[in-house]
Design a protein around this ligand. Structure first.
Ligand SMILES: [Zn+2]
Length: 102
């Protein structure tokens, strides 16, 4: 067991390092997966301010239609794989639009 691995944000069980990668070109991010519920997350990200500085570009006029499109795909896949009563958690969705429309 990795003694530095954090507890799961969802169920508070032990996590295990899943992989590391670079985020926004150069920030190192370590992702941990919960051994109990499978939740995958990174902890204490230091790039969030940079990530949300320009979440929406003023010239991006297709953002809402893309959100509707991906919301429909997500809802369809959810029903197909998990049934009509499945719950979808949109964590880190950025602008919250899919959460409001789902
Ligand atoms: Zn968990």
């Amino acid at each position: 067991m990795d003694s530095h691995a954090p507890k799961c944000k969802i169920c508070h069980h032990q996590t295990k390092k899943a992989f590391d990668t670079k985020v926004i070109y150069f920030h190192k991010a370590i992702f941990y997966k919960c051994e109990h519920c499978g939740f995958l997350a990174t902890y204490n990200p230091d790039w969030l301010n940079e990530a949300y500085t320009q979440a929406i570009n003023a010239t991006d006029t297709g953002i809402l239609i893309r959100n509707h499109y991906f919301c429909a795909i997500t809802a369809t896949l959810s029903v197909l794989f998990f049934g009509k009563k499945a719950n979808i958690l949109d964590m880190g969705g950025g602008v919250w639009h899919p959460c409001k429309t789902a």
